[in-house]
Design a protein around this ligand. Structure first.
Ligand code: HEM
Length: 484
């Protein structure tokens, strides 16, 4: 039988069959909207099209602007998928036992074909995810996108941030080299800092720090019990929780009516061609291509990083010879810097207050104006810039004397054991940031500007503290200027 020319439809073939997939989906979506398709048909078609399992069928063109979301939410989700796939492959070779963990990691690097690139991708995707989730949270904060009925999704987001940090931290121990061993030792010591308060209060029988540490490590030091606990958390419990929360997060975005957008666009004003009465267009294929661009750029960056930079693997862990300086993973270095003055204030009190303050943001700021606009308006932008400067100034003014002269901890302790817990760089810096936010509130009477001030000042303080821990702390946690 003679073959037909590829462009020519077969006799009797349905016109729908000869359409491209994109056109077919667009056609179906158009018919749903006109009510030409029944609910039964509609649900059958959604269940057959993978894309619509996690994306809404209609989207506002504003949500597609790269300068609005910066693609950070999708990037975070993509990195989680990369971590799951590369992690599953690494599990084929990795052995979670103190005797074999280091050797199996070295095998992955030097023996397993392409194992080095697999491990590199896993490591750099993990760091990338911490950065992209934090930046995504900043985008939501600075565009006021926690408002207008999105408080539940904001709380889910806080849960996702905590899970991202925990996933990264539990993975840190697995290579069982000096770096990972001592980073986790420091990290779990920070988690045990609650004991400082109970011992200052004379409640020696009550030791919450010891209990937390025991729960995490299964012993008082990092050993086989800790390795197996971290492994289980890292490969089963935390990824399952993360997958469930990401699913909820995506579902809430749809339930909340899509992404935030300026009020001026809410009722379909300035609609683009093909938009419905609410100004929404079909999400296929525009959203698909926007997300494909983020995934392609993310993949390219990750492959480049995996090819050019090796994930570190130092000497095998030696519990008898501490690394000096022993540093926590980089995203906890800001906390470690504060912990070096007061374990309780820097490791528990201030991080907990910061997390609670962030969680409370949607209930504190109920202003409707400026949602979906970066910094809300020119006053918001001005407040943010001033708060970045104020936050940087406060961090330098608080930290410089503490670094140069110390904090008089012994003297404060001689007055009352509780005093060093209450008066130290962590509490003073937190007080400065709260004070600054209060000044902004008094000056503007705007809860939005107050949130912008608090967020910008906290953000710059965290970045500067992390930089001090990363680049300016040497042996015995002494302050050193890096040689150029
Ligand atoms: C694994 C981590 C996360 C993933 C995969 C994720 C994914 C996403 C995606 C894809 C979007 C829509 C597009 C975009 O805004 O880029 C989004 C929106 C949103 N995310 Fe996340 N997110 C994560 C973490 C967070 C965190 C840490 C927060 C805040 C604490 C947060 C709060 C929100 C909110 C409130 C929205 C709706 C924003 C709007 O309506 O404009 N998310 N997220």
């Amino acid at each position: 039988m003679q073959r037909r020319h590829s462009g020519e439809p077969e006799r009797g073939a349905s016109p729908v069959r000869s359409m491209t997939l994109g056109r077919r989906i667009a056609d179906q979506l158009g018919r749903w909207q006109r009510g030409a398709i029944s609910d039964g048909d509609r649900s059958r078609r959604v269940s057959r099209t993978f894309f619509f399992h996690f994306q809404a069928s209609r989207i506002h063109p504003f949500s597609l602007r790269p300068g609005y979301t910066l693609g950070l939410g999708i990037l975070s989700a993509f990195l989680f998928v990369v971590l799951t796939v590369t992690g599953a492959l690494l599990m084929v070779y990795y052995v979670p036992s103190v005797e074999r963990a280091y050797g199996s990691t070295a095998d992955i690097m030097y023996v397993v074909p392409a194992g080095r690139y697999l491990r590199n991708m896993h490591r750099w995707a993990a760091h990338g995810m911490v950065v992209s989730v934090v930046l995504h949270m900043c985008r939501v904060l600075f565009t006021g996108s926690y408002g207008n009925g999105r408080s539940v999704n904001w709380l889910i987001g806080i849960g996702l941030l905590v899970l991202t940090l925990l996933l990264s931290f539990t993975g840190y121990l697995l290579p069982w080299d000096q770096l990972s061993y001592w980073a986790v030792t420091i990290g779990t010591n920070i988690a045990a800092a609650g004991s400082d308060l109970t011992s200052a209060l004379g409640l020696h029988a009550l030791d919450p720090g010891r209990t937390v540490k025991l729960l995490l490590l299964g012993a008082q030091i990092v050993g086989q019990d800790a390795l197996i606990r971290f492994y289980l958390l890292h490969i089963v419990l935390l990824p399952l929780l993360m997958a469930a929360l990401v699913g909820l997060h995506f579902w809430r975005i749809r339930k909340d009516g899509g992404l935030t957008r300026p009020r001026s666009l809410a009722e379909g004003a300035g609609s683009t061609a093909g938009a419905d009465g609410r100004g929404l267009i079909l999400s296929w294929p525009a959203l698909f291509w926007a997300e494909a661009a983020v995934v392609t750029l993310g993949t390219a960056a990750l492959l480049l990083a995996a090819y050019t930079l090796d994930a570190p693997l130092g000497e095998i862990a030696n519990p008898a010879a501490p690394d000096n300086p022993a540093k926590a993973p980089w995203y906890f270095l800001g906390v470690q810097e504060l912990v070096s003055y007061s374990a309780f204030a820097g490791g528990v009190l201030v991080p907990l207050l910061l997390a609670l303050a962030l969680a409370a943001v949607p209930w504190f700021d109920r202003e409707r104006r400026g949602i979906g606009i970066w910094f809300s308006d020119s006053k918001g932008l001005q407040t943010t810039v001033r708060s970045l400067v104020a936050g940087a100034g406060a961090t330098i003014v608080v930290m410089a004397p503490a670094i140069i002269w110390g904090t008089g901890r012994a003297w404060l302790h001689s007055l009352h054991p509780l005093l060093p817990l209450l008066v130290n760089p962590a509490t003073i810096l937190a007080g400065c940031i709260v004070g600054w936010s209060w000044v902004i509130y008094r000056a503007t009477r705007s809860t939005r500007c107050t949130v912008l001030a608090f967020s910008a000042a906290s953000l710059v303080a965290v970045v500067l503290l992390t930089a001090i821990g990363l680049w300016f702390r040497g042996a015995d946690w002494q302050f050193v200027l890096p040689s150029i």
